[in-house]
Ligand binder design. Structure first.
Ligand SMILES: Cc1ncc(COP(=O)(O)O)c(C=O)c1O
Length: 392
Protein backbone atom coordinates (compact mmCIF):
# COMPACT_ATOMS: atom_id res chain seq x y z
CA UNK A 1 0.00 0.00 0.00
CA UNK A 2 1.21 3.53 -0.73
CA UNK A 3 0.45 6.52 1.47
CA UNK A 4 -0.02 10.06 0.21
CA UNK A 5 2.40 12.07 2.31
CA UNK A 6 2.65 14.65 -0.48
CA UNK A 7 -1.02 15.59 -0.15
CA UNK A 8 -1.59 19.11 1.23
CA UNK A 9 -4.57 18.96 3.59
CA UNK A 10 -6.26 22.22 4.51
CA UNK A 11 -5.97 22.49 8.29
CA UNK A 12 -6.79 26.18 8.68
CA UNK A 13 -10.21 26.57 10.22
CA UNK A 14 -10.15 23.10 11.84
CA UNK A 15 -9.42 24.35 15.40
CA UNK A 16 -5.82 23.32 14.84
CA UNK A 17 -3.39 24.41 17.56
CA UNK A 18 -0.69 24.61 14.89
CA UNK A 19 -2.61 26.25 12.00
CA UNK A 20 -5.22 28.41 13.71
CA UNK A 21 -3.03 30.48 15.98
CA UNK A 22 -1.05 32.46 13.41
CA UNK A 23 -2.59 35.78 14.42
CA UNK A 24 -2.46 35.11 18.17
CA UNK A 25 1.11 33.83 18.28
CA UNK A 26 2.90 35.41 15.33
CA UNK A 27 0.74 38.42 14.46
CA UNK A 28 -0.33 37.07 11.06
CA UNK A 29 -2.96 34.40 10.24
CA UNK A 30 -1.14 33.45 7.02
CA UNK A 31 2.13 32.40 8.68
CA UNK A 32 3.16 28.90 7.52
CA UNK A 33 3.47 26.86 10.74
CA UNK A 34 6.36 24.39 10.96
CA UNK A 35 6.65 24.59 14.72
CA UNK A 36 4.66 22.50 17.27
CA UNK A 37 5.26 18.76 16.92
CA UNK A 38 2.16 17.52 15.19
CA UNK A 39 2.23 16.26 11.62
CA UNK A 40 0.42 17.60 8.57
CA UNK A 41 -0.28 14.05 7.38
CA UNK A 42 -3.54 12.16 7.60
CA UNK A 43 -3.41 9.30 10.06
CA UNK A 44 -2.96 5.69 8.98
CA UNK A 45 -6.16 4.41 7.31
CA UNK A 46 -6.83 1.87 10.11
CA UNK A 47 -6.86 4.67 12.70
CA UNK A 48 -9.19 6.86 10.66
CA UNK A 49 -11.52 3.88 10.27
CA UNK A 50 -11.45 2.99 13.97
CA UNK A 51 -12.15 6.58 15.06
CA UNK A 52 -14.88 7.01 12.41
CA UNK A 53 -16.64 3.86 13.54
CA UNK A 54 -16.42 4.99 17.14
CA UNK A 55 -17.75 8.47 16.28
CA UNK A 56 -20.66 6.89 14.38
CA UNK A 57 -21.89 5.34 17.63
CA UNK A 58 -23.21 8.79 18.53
CA UNK A 59 -22.97 8.40 22.31
CA UNK A 60 -19.64 9.41 23.80
CA UNK A 61 -19.82 7.90 27.26
CA UNK A 62 -17.25 6.87 29.86
CA UNK A 63 -14.98 4.26 28.40
CA UNK A 64 -13.32 1.07 29.60
CA UNK A 65 -9.82 -0.06 28.79
CA UNK A 66 -10.20 -3.42 27.01
CA UNK A 67 -7.62 -6.17 27.21
CA UNK A 68 -6.98 -5.67 23.50
CA UNK A 69 -5.66 -2.19 24.36
CA UNK A 70 -2.98 -3.39 26.78
CA UNK A 71 -2.15 -6.28 24.44
CA UNK A 72 -1.64 -3.81 21.59
CA UNK A 73 0.77 -1.78 23.74
CA UNK A 74 2.76 -4.73 25.09
CA UNK A 75 2.85 -6.42 21.64
CA UNK A 76 4.19 -3.25 20.02
CA UNK A 77 6.98 -2.72 22.53
CA UNK A 78 8.04 -6.33 22.33
CA UNK A 79 8.02 -6.35 18.52
CA UNK A 80 9.49 -2.90 17.84
CA UNK A 81 11.82 -2.47 20.80
CA UNK A 82 12.44 -5.95 22.24
CA UNK A 83 11.01 -4.74 25.58
CA UNK A 84 8.71 -7.06 27.49
CA UNK A 85 6.20 -5.00 29.47
CA UNK A 86 3.78 -6.68 31.90
CA UNK A 87 0.14 -5.47 31.87
CA UNK A 88 0.34 -4.52 35.53
CA UNK A 89 3.21 -2.09 34.91
CA UNK A 90 0.89 0.20 32.91
CA UNK A 91 -1.00 3.28 34.09
CA UNK A 92 -3.11 5.50 31.79
CA UNK A 93 -2.73 9.24 31.63
CA UNK A 94 -4.15 11.97 29.39
CA UNK A 95 -0.69 13.13 28.30
CA UNK A 96 3.04 12.70 28.67
CA UNK A 97 3.58 16.22 30.01
CA UNK A 98 0.98 15.74 32.78
CA UNK A 99 2.74 12.45 33.62
CA UNK A 100 6.12 14.19 33.82
CA UNK A 101 4.64 16.72 36.21
CA UNK A 102 2.96 14.04 38.35
CA UNK A 103 6.21 12.07 38.50
CA UNK A 104 8.07 15.18 39.71
CA UNK A 105 5.40 15.71 42.39
CA UNK A 106 5.50 12.07 43.45
CA UNK A 107 9.23 11.43 43.51
CA UNK A 108 10.66 14.71 44.79
CA UNK A 109 9.92 17.35 47.40
CA UNK A 110 9.54 21.12 46.94
CA UNK A 111 12.99 22.67 46.81
CA UNK A 112 14.67 19.47 45.52
CA UNK A 113 16.95 19.63 42.51
CA UNK A 114 15.91 17.85 39.33
CA UNK A 115 18.47 17.19 36.61
CA UNK A 116 17.82 17.94 32.95
CA UNK A 117 20.12 18.15 29.97
CA UNK A 118 19.69 21.33 27.94
CA UNK A 119 18.72 22.30 25.32
CA UNK A 120 15.57 20.25 25.86
CA UNK A 121 11.81 20.19 25.22
CA UNK A 122 10.61 23.32 27.00
CA UNK A 123 7.90 21.80 29.26
CA UNK A 124 10.74 20.01 31.12
CA UNK A 125 11.56 23.40 32.65
CA UNK A 126 7.89 24.12 33.40
CA UNK A 127 7.23 20.86 35.22
CA UNK A 128 10.27 21.37 37.43
CA UNK A 129 9.81 25.06 38.18
CA UNK A 130 6.00 25.16 38.37
CA UNK A 131 6.16 22.40 40.99
CA UNK A 132 8.57 24.45 43.12
CA UNK A 133 11.60 22.25 42.38
CA UNK A 134 15.01 23.56 41.31
CA UNK A 135 16.73 23.09 37.97
CA UNK A 136 19.97 21.16 38.05
CA UNK A 137 21.16 21.77 34.50
CA UNK A 138 23.70 19.65 32.69
CA UNK A 139 24.15 21.23 29.25
CA UNK A 140 24.66 18.77 26.40
CA UNK A 141 27.97 19.11 24.58
CA UNK A 142 27.77 19.91 20.88
CA UNK A 143 30.72 18.09 19.35
CA UNK A 144 31.22 17.56 15.61
CA UNK A 145 27.61 18.72 15.04
CA UNK A 146 26.13 16.11 17.41
CA UNK A 147 25.11 16.28 21.05
CA UNK A 148 26.80 14.25 23.77
CA UNK A 149 26.03 13.94 27.46
CA UNK A 150 28.39 15.62 29.93
CA UNK A 151 28.95 12.76 32.37
CA UNK A 152 31.34 14.73 34.59
CA UNK A 153 28.76 17.46 35.09
CA UNK A 154 25.97 14.89 35.62
CA UNK A 155 28.03 13.16 38.28
CA UNK A 156 28.85 16.47 39.98
CA UNK A 157 25.12 17.32 40.19
CA UNK A 158 24.41 13.90 41.70
CA UNK A 159 27.28 14.31 44.17
CA UNK A 160 25.76 17.64 45.18
CA UNK A 161 22.50 15.87 46.03
CA UNK A 162 20.20 15.73 43.01
CA UNK A 163 18.17 12.49 43.21
CA UNK A 164 15.85 12.80 40.22
CA UNK A 165 16.76 13.05 36.53
CA UNK A 166 14.59 13.78 33.51
CA UNK A 167 15.75 11.98 30.38
CA UNK A 168 14.53 12.92 26.89
CA UNK A 169 15.14 9.85 24.73
CA UNK A 170 15.19 10.24 21.74
CA UNK A 171 16.21 13.81 22.32
CA UNK A 172 14.04 16.77 21.40
CA UNK A 173 15.15 19.20 19.90
CA UNK A 174 18.59 17.79 18.92
CA UNK A 175 17.28 14.54 17.36
CA UNK A 176 19.83 12.28 19.08
CA UNK A 177 18.87 8.64 19.48
CA UNK A 178 21.02 7.77 22.48
CA UNK A 179 23.14 4.65 22.00
CA UNK A 180 23.02 1.72 24.41
CA UNK A 181 26.51 2.64 25.68
CA UNK A 182 25.51 6.24 26.39
CA UNK A 183 22.38 5.18 28.27
CA UNK A 184 24.23 2.52 30.26
CA UNK A 185 26.87 5.05 31.30
CA UNK A 186 24.11 7.42 32.43
CA UNK A 187 22.22 4.60 34.17
CA UNK A 188 25.33 3.44 36.02
CA UNK A 189 25.69 6.92 37.50
CA UNK A 190 22.01 6.88 38.52
CA UNK A 191 22.49 3.54 40.27
CA UNK A 192 25.67 4.73 41.99
CA UNK A 193 23.96 7.84 43.42
CA UNK A 194 20.49 6.35 43.85
CA UNK A 195 18.90 8.71 41.33
CA UNK A 196 15.43 7.99 39.92
CA UNK A 197 14.87 8.53 36.21
CA UNK A 198 11.78 9.99 34.56
CA UNK A 199 12.27 8.84 30.97
CA UNK A 200 10.23 10.70 28.36
CA UNK A 201 10.38 8.30 25.43
CA UNK A 202 7.47 9.70 23.42
CA UNK A 203 9.66 9.88 20.27
CA UNK A 204 10.80 6.25 20.62
CA UNK A 205 9.22 5.03 17.38
CA UNK A 206 10.42 7.94 15.28
CA UNK A 207 13.89 6.61 14.65
CA UNK A 208 15.59 6.40 11.26
CA UNK A 209 16.51 2.89 10.05
CA UNK A 210 20.24 2.99 10.78
CA UNK A 211 19.59 3.83 14.46
CA UNK A 212 17.90 1.99 17.29
CA UNK A 213 16.03 3.25 20.33
CA UNK A 214 16.81 1.45 23.59
CA UNK A 215 14.14 1.89 26.28
CA UNK A 216 16.15 2.96 29.34
CA UNK A 217 14.20 0.60 31.60
CA UNK A 218 14.90 -2.34 29.29
CA UNK A 219 18.66 -2.10 29.69
CA UNK A 220 18.94 -3.68 33.14
CA UNK A 221 16.81 -4.67 36.10
CA UNK A 222 18.62 -2.08 38.23
CA UNK A 223 17.67 0.66 35.75
CA UNK A 224 14.07 -0.59 35.53
CA UNK A 225 13.71 -0.49 39.31
CA UNK A 226 14.35 3.28 39.39
CA UNK A 227 12.61 4.27 36.16
CA UNK A 228 9.27 5.87 35.29
CA UNK A 229 8.83 5.70 31.51
CA UNK A 230 6.31 8.05 29.91
CA UNK A 231 4.98 6.94 26.52
CA UNK A 232 2.17 7.49 24.03
CA UNK A 233 1.09 6.50 20.53
CA UNK A 234 0.39 10.19 19.87
CA UNK A 235 3.67 11.41 18.37
CA UNK A 236 4.25 8.23 16.35
CA UNK A 237 0.80 8.10 14.78
CA UNK A 238 -0.22 11.77 14.84
CA UNK A 239 -3.07 11.44 17.34
CA UNK A 240 -2.06 13.94 20.07
CA UNK A 241 -5.57 15.43 20.11
CA UNK A 242 -6.91 12.11 21.47
CA UNK A 243 -5.21 12.72 24.83
CA UNK A 244 -4.08 9.12 25.29
CA UNK A 245 -0.81 8.12 26.89
CA UNK A 246 0.58 5.68 29.42
CA UNK A 247 3.32 5.25 31.98
CA UNK A 248 5.39 2.10 32.52
CA UNK A 249 6.71 1.42 36.04
CA UNK A 250 7.90 -2.06 36.90
CA UNK A 251 8.90 -1.28 40.50
CA UNK A 252 5.68 -2.00 42.49
CA UNK A 253 6.48 0.53 45.25
CA UNK A 254 7.10 3.33 42.78
CA UNK A 255 4.03 2.34 40.78
CA UNK A 256 1.82 2.37 43.84
CA UNK A 257 3.00 5.86 44.77
CA UNK A 258 2.48 7.14 41.22
CA UNK A 259 -0.97 5.55 40.87
CA UNK A 260 -2.04 7.10 44.16
CA UNK A 261 -1.28 10.51 42.69
CA UNK A 262 -3.19 9.70 39.45
CA UNK A 263 -6.15 8.48 41.51
CA UNK A 264 -6.09 11.49 43.82
CA UNK A 265 -6.54 13.69 40.77
CA UNK A 266 -8.95 11.26 39.09
CA UNK A 267 -6.91 11.29 35.89
CA UNK A 268 -6.97 7.58 35.12
CA UNK A 269 -10.06 7.32 32.91
CA UNK A 270 -9.44 6.80 29.21
CA UNK A 271 -10.55 8.97 26.32
CA UNK A 272 -13.55 7.64 24.35
CA UNK A 273 -11.49 7.31 21.14
CA UNK A 274 -8.15 6.44 22.76
CA UNK A 275 -8.22 2.64 23.06
CA UNK A 276 -9.72 2.08 19.58
CA UNK A 277 -7.20 4.42 17.95
CA UNK A 278 -4.31 2.89 19.90
CA UNK A 279 -5.30 -0.67 18.94
CA UNK A 280 -5.57 0.33 15.26
CA UNK A 281 -2.22 2.14 15.51
CA UNK A 282 -0.14 -0.54 17.18
CA UNK A 283 -1.79 -3.56 15.56
CA UNK A 284 -2.42 -2.36 12.02
CA UNK A 285 -0.36 0.72 11.21
CA UNK A 286 3.24 -0.44 11.23
CA UNK A 287 3.63 -0.22 7.40
CA UNK A 288 2.34 3.37 7.55
CA UNK A 289 4.98 4.23 10.16
CA UNK A 290 7.79 2.69 8.13
CA UNK A 291 6.69 4.67 5.06
CA UNK A 292 6.40 7.83 7.16
CA UNK A 293 9.96 7.45 8.45
CA UNK A 294 11.25 7.18 4.89
CA UNK A 295 9.36 10.30 3.90
CA UNK A 296 10.55 12.33 6.89
CA UNK A 297 14.14 11.20 6.36
CA UNK A 298 13.90 12.33 2.72
CA UNK A 299 12.51 15.67 3.96
CA UNK A 300 15.51 16.01 6.24
CA UNK A 301 17.87 15.24 3.33
CA UNK A 302 16.04 17.82 1.23
CA UNK A 303 16.27 20.51 3.95
CA UNK A 304 19.94 19.85 4.70
CA UNK A 305 20.88 19.94 1.02
CA UNK A 306 18.80 23.08 0.44
CA UNK A 307 20.36 24.91 3.39
CA UNK A 308 23.88 23.93 2.36
CA UNK A 309 23.31 25.61 -1.01
CA UNK A 310 21.19 28.61 -0.02
CA UNK A 311 22.47 29.44 3.47
CA UNK A 312 25.82 27.63 3.66
CA UNK A 313 26.82 29.24 6.94
CA UNK A 314 23.96 27.68 8.96
CA UNK A 315 24.64 24.23 10.40
CA UNK A 316 21.86 21.66 10.71
CA UNK A 317 22.37 19.10 13.47
CA UNK A 318 21.52 15.90 11.60
CA UNK A 319 18.65 14.10 13.35
CA UNK A 320 18.92 10.37 14.05
CA UNK A 321 15.23 10.30 14.94
CA UNK A 322 12.17 12.52 15.64
CA UNK A 323 10.72 14.59 12.81
CA UNK A 324 12.47 17.72 14.00
CA UNK A 325 15.50 19.42 12.49
CA UNK A 326 17.64 21.55 14.79
CA UNK A 327 19.53 24.21 12.90
CA UNK A 328 22.42 26.22 14.26
CA UNK A 329 21.85 29.73 12.91
CA UNK A 330 24.45 31.40 15.13
CA UNK A 331 26.84 31.96 12.20
CA UNK A 332 24.25 34.39 10.75
CA UNK A 333 25.07 36.71 13.65
CA UNK A 334 21.39 37.50 14.34
CA UNK A 335 19.76 37.72 17.77
CA UNK A 336 16.73 35.59 18.73
CA UNK A 337 14.50 38.62 18.28
CA UNK A 338 15.92 39.30 14.82
CA UNK A 339 15.40 35.65 13.82
CA UNK A 340 11.78 35.88 15.01
CA UNK A 341 11.26 39.13 13.09
CA UNK A 342 12.66 37.47 9.95
CA UNK A 343 10.46 34.39 10.38
CA UNK A 344 7.15 35.88 11.41
CA UNK A 345 7.18 39.29 9.74
CA UNK A 346 9.35 38.93 6.66
CA UNK A 347 9.23 35.26 5.62
CA UNK A 348 5.78 34.65 7.13
CA UNK A 349 6.78 31.26 8.48
CA UNK A 350 7.10 29.89 12.02
CA UNK A 351 9.85 27.51 13.03
CA UNK A 352 10.42 27.18 16.79
CA UNK A 353 12.85 29.66 18.23
CA UNK A 354 15.72 27.73 19.87
CA UNK A 355 15.80 30.05 22.86
CA UNK A 356 12.72 28.34 24.38
CA UNK A 357 14.74 25.11 24.85
CA UNK A 358 17.01 26.74 27.41
CA UNK A 359 20.76 26.89 27.77
CA UNK A 360 22.46 26.26 24.41
CA UNK A 361 19.31 26.89 22.35
CA UNK A 362 19.90 30.57 21.67
CA UNK A 363 20.55 31.21 17.95
CA UNK A 364 19.06 27.84 16.86
CA UNK A 365 15.77 27.14 15.08
CA UNK A 366 13.71 23.93 15.19
CA UNK A 367 11.98 22.95 11.96
CA UNK A 368 9.08 20.47 11.94
CA UNK A 369 9.79 18.17 8.98
CA UNK A 370 6.50 16.25 9.20
CA UNK A 371 4.77 18.03 6.37
CA UNK A 372 4.38 17.58 2.61
CA UNK A 373 7.62 18.33 0.74
CA UNK A 374 6.06 21.29 -1.13
CA UNK A 375 5.21 22.97 2.14
CA UNK A 376 8.69 22.41 3.52
CA UNK A 377 10.20 23.74 0.27
CA UNK A 378 7.99 26.83 0.38
CA UNK A 379 8.92 27.56 4.00
CA UNK A 380 12.65 27.13 3.33
CA UNK A 381 12.47 29.33 0.22
CA UNK A 382 10.76 32.08 2.16
CA UNK A 383 13.19 31.80 5.07
CA UNK A 384 16.31 31.81 2.88
CA UNK A 385 15.07 34.79 0.85
CA UNK A 386 14.30 36.79 4.00
CA UNK A 387 17.66 35.98 5.58
CA UNK A 388 19.54 36.92 2.41
CA UNK A 389 17.57 40.14 2.21
CA UNK A 390 18.47 40.99 5.80
CA UNK A 391 22.14 40.06 5.62
CA UNK A 392 23.04 41.34 2.13
C1 LIG B 1 9.72 15.11 24.39
C2 LIG B 1 8.23 15.37 24.38
N1 LIG B 1 7.48 14.98 25.44
C3 LIG B 1 6.14 15.18 25.47
C4 LIG B 1 5.48 15.79 24.42
C5 LIG B 1 4.01 16.04 24.48
O1 LIG B 1 3.34 15.02 25.11
P1 LIG B 1 1.78 15.13 25.45
O2 LIG B 1 1.14 15.86 24.30
O3 LIG B 1 1.34 13.71 25.56
O4 LIG B 1 1.67 15.87 26.74
C6 LIG B 1 6.22 16.21 23.30
C7 LIG B 1 5.56 16.90 22.18
O5 LIG B 1 6.16 17.44 21.30
C8 LIG B 1 7.63 15.98 23.28
O6 LIG B 1 8.38 16.35 22.24
Amino acid sequence: MTYEFNELTQRRGTLSYKWDQGQALFGDPEVLPLWVADMDFKCAPAIVQAVTERAAQGIYGYTVRPEAYTNAITGWFQRRHGWIIQDNWLTDSPGVVPSLSLAIQTFSEPGDEVILQSPVYNPFYDVILNNGRKLAESPLILKDSQYEMDYARLEALMQQGARLLMLCSPQNPGGRVWSKEELVRLGDLCVKYDVKVIADEIHCDLVFPEHRHFPFASLSEEFAQRCITCLAPSKTFNIPGLATSFIVISNPQLKQRFDQRINALSLGSVNFFGPSATIAAYNESEPWLDALLEYVKANQDYAVSYLSKQLPSVAPVISEGTYLLWVDCRPLGLSSDELKQIMYKEAKIAFNSGSIYGHGGEGFLRINLACPRDLLAEALDRFAAAVKNRTK
